[in-house]
Design a protein around this ligand. Structure first.
Ligand SMILES: [Zn+2]
Length: 356
């Protein structure tokens, strides 16, 4: 690691600015050490190749192409994650569902919630004054007193590109991109965002932005919730001191951000779930598939596998479209469909050894 760190300053900024992201622990685990016995862990070859190249920062295109938005598609495919002509809804929803599954199992183990039914996706009716509004992607109904005095944890998922080539020719470091996106989530994106914000603040709700970037790295706030505030894990983002103020546009938004910072658990969800499992099942692994013996290892696999599938599928579809449009034969080996269809279910099956 020391040699690697010594080498980093000599590398071009276009690499060093995204280096933390492509070193994402979750995608590394998913690409290299998942048990392949569950069919859901077998990634289609075309997606695996694309994501392996992304991990190694190798080109997925032989030459830059012109996108239908009129911008240039770079050889690494970063443009596909920022282009508004390529919908990111499917990618977002797959990762949202993965986070919901992880919360339903780990939060139950950690006694933060009473049962799986306390985790809901895209719920309405949370704000009585705005009953049809969906203020979060995932709502976690907390058990009383488990997370300070907060009653509900509102998790909002968003994907962020390495940079937006239209507005940001000189990309910011990846941690700055995450923190600005997290602040934007506090500010809200609804047309009536001030009303939504005021309604959230009236209740004992706390928000947790969950950002994931083009390399599969998670934002500092969500990482702190999973790993704990003082975790020294080598490849997660930490909360900056002080945090940037961009997008915290008024005192209400700042108040919501302060709630989140004061709520983050010290040991982290992974450690809480592991301790609880080991105490209640000292000799039983969490799953039947080595090496997923602890709740945190299973959760890392689910998050990593679904990041690979979500980002990889998005890139594969976008690449196929671009190559078809340009009638290119050079890169078809990268974008081709696998000859043998693989299961595309987002989640591994429930493991027999898992507590229900
Ligand atoms: Zn484009």
């Amino acid at each position: 690691m020391t040699n690697y760190e010594q080498l980093l300053p000599s590398l071009p900024p276009c690499f060093t600015k995204v280096e933390k992201s492509i070193r994402s622990h979750f995608t590394s685990v998913a690409l290299t050490s998942l048990p392949r016995a569950p069919a859901a862990h077998r990634v289609p070859p075309a997606i695996f190749i694309i994501m392996l190249k992304r991990k190694l920062r190798l080109p997925i295109l032989a030459t830059p192409l012109r996108c239908k938005c009129s911008q240039i598609i770079d050889i690494y495919g970063d443009h596909y994650l920022s282009c508004n002509q390529h919908s990111k809804t499917t990618m977002h929803n797959r990762f949202r569902d993965a986070v919901a599954v992880v919360f339903s199992h780990l939060a139950t183990n950690a006694s933060l919630i009473g049962s799986y039914a306390d985790v809901t996706c895209e719920p309405t009716g949370l704000l009585p004054s705005l009953p049809l509004q969906r203020p979060a992607d995932i709502c976690v109904h907390l058990s009383p007193g488990m997370l300070s005095s907060w009653s509900h944890l509102l998790v909002d998922v968003t994907s962020i590109p390495f940079y937006d080539s239209r507005h940001d020719p000189n990309p910011s470091p990846v941690e700055r991109l995450h923190e600005c996106a997290e602040n934007k989530k506090f500010r809200g994106t609804h047309h009536n965002k001030n009303e939504v914000l005021a309604a959230i603040l009236q209740h004992r709700y706390v928000m947790l932005p969950c950002t994931f970037d083009s390399g599969g790295l998670l934002g500092p706030l969500f990482s702190a919730f999973l790993f704990g505030q003082n975790n020294d894990h080598h490849s997660i983002l930490r909360i900056s001191q002080p945090r940037p103020k961009r997008n915290l546009v008024n005192p209400q938004v700042e108040a919501l951000a302060d709630r989140t910072l004061s709520m983050l658990p010290k040991p982290g969800l992974f450690i809480m779930a592991n301790s609880s499992w080991q105490e209640s099942h000292p000799t039983t692994p969490f799953t039947d598939h080595f090496p997923l013996n602890l709740p945190s290892q299973w959760a890392t696999a689910v998050i990593g596998n679904n990041l690979i599938l979500a980002i990889g599928r998005h890139l594969e579809d976008a690449l196929s479209f671009s190559l078809k449009e340009h009638h290119s034969t050079v890169c078809k080996a990268v974008a081709c469909q696998p000859r043998i269809p693989r299961p595309r279910r987002p989640f591994p099956p429930l493991y027999p050894g898992m507590s229900v």
